[in-house]
Design a protein around this ligand. Structure first.
Ligand code: GDP
Ligand code: MG
Length: 451
């Protein structure tokens, strides 16, 4: 994994959140400080770091707790969201259009990894079923022609070039017609030690002929924050459409290079993570940040956040309820769904027969308060217990109560509600007037609508 150190410190930071008793301003401050330290050590620009952490802090302290995830989880999700945004947001990858050929031109300074990338991209797109050609227009480095030719062989894609020609535009022109039979054409170009007027002129002339669909700036990660200046300069003079950060495998400064470019508005499209032809990754901020923060944990968390039920799902669950075919987890989901919808009357409308019932408002409100407790109780129960609450005995109740930081009666009350709700459903299935009357009595009375 690239940026190991950054990843380690961010993971440690988030662990602190998980272990904390509760989310308060002190914890948020600590978290923000830790994130700042981690990013600064990874060479991210100070100003950017402060902007990012300010946003995280503001959101963490302001946002109300969502129904599907806990406050702690929400905090982790905010960090995730903001880091993704920081790295360019979701959905910035290159869309290969159907036009023929789709042209990707690579520009950048000497040694940034353009030629290597041309080979990698050739393989990348060939593997994805495109007919790919690579053309060398670097007439500056004598070895460039042979270097790319060999890479093209490795990638098993077509190679074009002319080792003797000195004018890059002429090389491209000479092959233009043939290149138009390919799906994707990758154009390698010459670099210089610095972005000189001469290089700008050369690249602009070449691109006038090529009319690239994507003009990718290749930057080596080891220049760190300096990537910003480079990206801005290339952006202004050569109209860069995206950036590729190479050599992320070999430096702790990658954070600087990765984040610096976003300032220019050019998104990072790929990253180079080694010298071999397969050492390339399409850069997707979501996945990248997910891995930085510990993929498994984040995925589970995002899943949970997404899980907040839609109305159809709630309806489906309602149907299962009517059949009496549900366990404690379903009941909990149902409660959550109700909370999310904001009103229980909506759910009631979905359950046949229920909409006619007049349920006291207080009963509904009391129910809302219970959801929190339920979560703690259920978090402390085993899967087996959740699926079949009838196995709960005294010892188990004690254990769960302890784990949840509650008392045994809280656990029993949950179990009781579960049992009662099952009974209720049975009665409803009976459906007779008499049963309905009985049910209404119970709801208004001691059951207090413990659905
Ligand atoms: P160019 O001058 O921009 O065409 O750069 P090259 O493609 O010739 O690459 C310069 C050097 O960087 C070569 O030794 C490559 O093997 C190396 N290189 C390129 N990309 C990567 C990468 O992602 N990781 C590592 N470790 N080395 C790379
Ligand atoms: Mg080269």
């Amino acid at each position: 994994m690239v940026l190991d150190k950054l990843s380690d410190s961010l993971k440690n930071t988030l662990q602190k959140v998980t272990k904390a008793m509760f989310v308060d301003e002190k914890l948020v401050n600590e978290l923000v400080k830790d994130i700042q330290r981690a990013l600064l050590q990874s060479d991210v620009n100070v100003k950017l770091v402060f902007e990012l952490t300010k946003k995280i802090k503001e959101r963490a302290l302001k946002e109300a707790e969502p129904s599907a995830i806990s406050k702690k989880e929400q905090l982790v999700k905010i960090v995730y969201d903001e880091l993704v945004e920081f790295l360019g947001g979701a959905g910035s990858k290159i869309e290969i259009k159907k036009k023929k050929p789709f042209k990707i031109m690579l520009v950048g300074l000497f040694g940034s990894g353009k030629t290597t990338l041309a080979g990698k991209l050739g393989k990348f797109y060939k593997t994805r079923g495109h007919k790919v050609a690579i053309i060398q227009t670097d007439t500056w480095r004598p070895a460039a022609h042979e270097q790319l030719k060999q890479l093209a062989e490795k990638a098993q894609v077509s190679f074009f070039g002319d080792a003797k020609e000195k004018d890059p535009v002429k090389i491209y022109k000479a092959h233009k017609k043939e290149l138009s039979t390919f799906d994707i054409v990758i154009i390698d170009s010459a670099g210089r030690d610095a972005l000189s007027d001469e290089l700008i002129d050369e690249l602009n002339k070449l691109n006038k002929e090529v009319e690239a669909d994507e003009n990718l700036l290749v930057i080596s990660a080891d220049i760190g924050q300096a990537a910003e200046k480079q990206a801005a300069a290339f952006h202004e003079t050569c109209g860069v459409s995206g950036v590729v950060i190479t050599k992320l495998d070999g430096t702790a400064k990658g954070g600087g290079a990765l984040t610096a470019c976003s300032v220019t508005g050019a998104h990072v499209k790929f990253i180079g993570v080694g010298e071999a032809i397969n050492d390339i990754e399409e850069f997707k901020p979501e996945g990248f940040v997910g891995r930085l923060l510990g993929m498994g944990d984040i995925e589970a968390l995002l899943e949970k956040a997404r899980e907040a039920m839609t109305e159809e799902e709630a309806e489906d669950l309602g149907q299962r309820f009517l059949k009496g075919d549900y366990n404690l987890i379903d009941l909990y989901d149902q409660m959550k769904a109700m909370k999310k919808m904001g009103s229980m009357s909506k759910i009631m409308q979905m359950v046949p027969g229920m909409s006619q019932l007049k349920i006291p408002k207080e009963a509904l409100q009391a129910q809302e308060g219970n959801i929190e407790k339920w979560r703690f109780v259920m978090d402390s129960m085993t899967k087996e217990e959740l699926e079949d609450p009838t196995i709960m005995n005294g010892a188990r109740v004690e254990r769960v109560a302890k784990g949840a930081g509650l008392v045994a009666s809280d656990v029993r009350s949950l179990l009781k509600q579960y049992k009662q709700s099952k009974k209720l459903v049975k009665m409803m299935k009976g459906g007779s007037e008499k049963n309905m009357d009985k049910m209404m009595q119970k709801m208004g009375g001691k059951m207090g609508m413990k659905f």
